[in-house]
Design a protein around this ligand. Structure first.
Ligand SMILES: C[S@@+](CC[C@H](N)C(=O)[O-])C[C@H]1O[C@@H](n2cnc3c(N)ncnc32)[C@H](O)[C@@H]1O
Length: 524
C-alpha cells in the first residue's frame, strides 16, 4: 500500500482484508466520502438524503457491499463501476411501497368524476392515455386499468394506453411479471374479482387483457428527457405522480412538475399523493378541491395558439443541461482527494456546492431553448400551400407532433403514415410512428417501423436501442441483447456529451447508461 494512496481507499481495503465484506466498518469511511456520495446520489435521483435521512444512505451502502462482491476499493476507482455502484445504491434507496387502489378517496373520485370526465372529453376519438410516474411494482397503473375496465365494461372500442415508469429496474421487472402477494391488496379485496385476477401460488396474477393495456419503461424523472414521443410520455390525459415527491428535494419536485405539466394535454389531470398536494408551487395548474381529494388540472386554453405569436412553449426536449461539468467542478475537501467517488460521467453536470459545503442539485431548467408548440391549424395551412411532397411530408411530421401533444394519437398516426407516403426516407417519421405503435401496444408494427428506420441508417444507436426494447417486450432476449450491443458499439464512436441523432435531446452518455440499466446490469 503506497503512502500516496488516498485515505478512504486505504480504509476500505484494510477492512476488507481483515474481515471481508460482511465485516466492513463503514464508520471508518471519512465524512467527506459520505458527503460526496450523498451529493452524487441526490443529484442522480433527486432524493433528499440530508440530515436524518443520511442513515438510509449508510444502510444502503452496507447492503450493496454485502450483496455484491464486485465493489471493492479498486473496482470503484473505475468510473463505470462507480456509476454502477451508484445505480445499485439508488435502487436500494428507493421505496417501492405500493398497493392496489391505494387511497380510497382518490380512487372514488377517479371512478366517479375524473375518469368519466376524461372519457366524455375523448368520446369522439375513443382513446385514453394515463401515465404513472414512479410506478414502483405496478400496482398503481394496473389499478387504473381496473377502474377503466369497470367504467368501460364490455365496450372494446376504446384504446386504453397506460404507461408505468420508474428508475428501479427491479421494480419494473416485478411490474411486468404482474404477480402480487396478498400484501399488495392490503386495503381491497379486488383480487376476488375474476375479471382482473387469477389466483396463483402465493398470490394473484393480473389477467391478460389488463396486462395488455399497461406497459412499463425505465425513466429517471430527474435525468431523462420527457415529455417525448419517443418514450410515450407526450399528450397524457391523466398523470399519477403519487408518493414520489415526498422523497425528493423541493426544487427537484418543482422541475418535475413543470415537465409533467407539459406532458399533459390541455384539460389533462394530475394526481399527487394526499400529503404532497401542498408541495405544488404555482406552475399554472388549476387546483380542483373536491370533498374527497384535490386534483390539479392543466387549463384548457393553455395549449391553444396564443393571439399574439400563435405559439407557446411546450416541449422541453432540448432542455437537458449539457453544460460541461468541468466548468462547474465539485469542490473537494481540502485535505484529501475523492478516491472512491470518481468524477461523474462527463455529460452530467456536477452538483454545485454552496458555501458551507452543502450541495443543491442543479435540475435542468425548462426555460432553455424551448421548442414551441404550434397548433394543428397552422401546420394544416402550410401543408395545403406546399407544392413539394418532401416539404409537405416535413410539415405533416410537425402536424403529427402537435397532435401527439394534444393526445390525438389517431390523427397523429394518420399524418405520420401520409408523411411517409410522401417521403419514405424520413427516419424521424419512422421513429415517431414506431413510438406511437409501442404506445398502442402494437409491437410487431413498432418493430417493423424501427427496422425501416434501420434500413435507412444502420448507424443510428437510438434505433437499435428502441428495437432492442421492443424485442425484449416480445420475449426475444437474444435478438434484443444483440441490438443493445450494437447500440453500445455505435455509442463508442461518439462524444458522451453529444446529442443523439433524432433523440429529442438525450445525449450519448445517457443513452449508454440507459442501456446498462435495461439490460439488467444492475441485477448482476
Ligand atoms: C413509494 S413508491 C410510489 C408508488 C406509487 N406511485 C404509489 O403511490 O403507490 C415511489 C416510487 O418512486 C420511484 N422514484 C423515486 N425517485 C424517482 C426518480 N427520480 N425517477 C423515477 N422514479 C423515481 C421509486 O423507485 C419508487 O418506485
Amino acid at each position: 500500500m503506497s503512502n500516496s494512496e488516498p485515505r478512504a481507499s486505504r480504509s476500505i481495503k484494510t477492512d476488507q482484508m481483515s474481515s471481508g465484506h460482511q465485516g466492513l466498518h463503514l464508520v471508518q469511511l471519512p465524512a467527506a466520502w459520505w458527503e460526496s456520495l450523498r451529493q452524487i446520489l441526490e443529484f442522480e435521483t433527486g432524493m433528499d438524503l440530508s440530515d436524518s435521512r443520511g442513515g438510509r444512505l449508510r444502510d444502503a451502502v452496507a447492503k450493496v457491499f454485502r450483496k455484491s462482491s464486485h465493489f471493492t476499493a479498486e473496482s470503484l476507482e473505475n468510473t463505470e463501476t462507480h456509476a454502477r455502484f451508484v445505480e445499485h445504491l439508488a435502487a436500494e434507496l428507493t421505496v417501492g411501497e405500493s398497493f392496489f387502489l391505494r387511497n380510497e378517496n382518490q380512487m372514488q373520485l377517479l371512478r366517479q368524476k375524473i375518469l368519466p370526465s376524461i372519457l366524455q372529453d375523448n368520446q369522439q376519438r375513443q382513446e385514453i392515455r394515463i401515465w404513472s410516474a414512479g410506478c414502483a411494482g405496478g400496482e398503481e397503473p394496473y389499478s387504473m386499468a381496473i377502474l377503466l375496465q369497470e367504467l368501460l365494461g364490455a365496450d372494446g372500442s376504446w384504446n386504453v394506453s397506460i404507461l408505468g415508469t420508474d428508475l428501479n429496474p427491479v421494480f419494473l421487472e416485478r411490474a411486468r411479471a404482474a404477480r402480487y402477494r396478498p400484501w399488495s391488496f392490503r386495503q381491497t379485496k379486488i383480487y376476488e374479482d375474476s375479471r382482473f385476477f387469477t389466483p396463483v401460488s402465493g398470490g394473484y396474477q393480473v389477467c391478460e387483457p389488463l396486462r395488455r393495456q399497461v406497459r412499463f419503461g425505465y425513466l429517471n424523472l430527474m435525468k431523462d428527457v420527457y415529455p417525448s414521443g419517443l418514450n410515450g410520455t407526450l399528450g397524457q390525459d391523466l398523470i399519477l405522480f403519487r408518493n414520489v415527491a415526498i422523497y425528493l428535494k423541493p426544487e427537484v419536485t418543482r422541475q418535475i412538475l413543470k415537465r409533467l405539466y407539459q406532458a399533459l394535454r390541455p384539460g389533462g389531470w394530475l394526481l399527487l399523493g394526499e400529503i404532497e398536494v401542498a408541495l405544488v408551487p404555482d406552475l399554472g395548474f388549476e387546483v380542483h378541491r373536491f370533498p374527497q381529494a384535490t386534483f390539479h388540472r392543466k387549463p384548457w386554453e393553455t395549449n391553444s395558439v396564443s393571439a399574439s405569436s400563435g405559439e407557446i412553449p411546450v416541449n422541453p426536449a432540448a432542455d437537458v443541461d449539457l453544460r460541461n461539468p468541468r466548468t462547474s467542478p465539485m469542490k473537494e475537501p481540502s485535505n484529501w482527494k475523492l478516491p472512491v467517488v470518481p468524477p461523474l460521467p462527463e455529460w452530467v453536470p456536477l452538483p454545485a456546492v454552496q458555501r458551507g459545503g452543502r450541495a443543491e442539485p442543479r435540475v435542468p431548467e425548462l426555460q432553455a431553448q424551448k421548442p414551441t408548440f404550434v397548433a394543428p391549424a397552422s401546420w394544416q395551412t402550410q401543408i395545403r400551400q406546399a407544392t413539394d411532397p418532401v416539404q409537405r411530408a416535413a410539415f405533416r411530421l410537425r402536424l403529427a407532433q402537435s397532435f401527439l401533444e394534444l393526445a390525438r394519437t389517431q390523427e397523429a398516426r394518420e399524418e405520420l403514415e401520409q408523411s411517409l407516403r410522401e417521403n419514405p426516407l424520413s427516419i424521424e417519421a419512422h421513429l415517431l410512428l414506431a413510438g406511437l405503435f409501442e404506445d398502442l401496444g402494437q409491437l410487431s408494427q413498432a418493430e417493423r417501423s424501427y427496422r425501416h428506420a434501420l434500413y435507412l441508417n444502420r448507424d443510428c444507436a437510438l434505433t437499435h436501442f428502441h428495437l432492442g426494447l421492443v424485442l425484449q417486450q416480445q420475449d426475444d432476449p437474444l435478438a434484443s441483447w444483440k441490438c443493445m450491443q450494437t447500440a453500445l458499439q455505435l455509442i463508442d464512436n461518439h462524444d458522451s456529451q453529444a446529442l443523439v441523432e433524432h433523440g429529442d435531446g438525450v445525449c450519448y452518455g445517457r443513452l449508454r447508461e440507459m442501456i446498462m440499466m435495461v439490460t439488467g446490469d444492475i441485477r448482476e
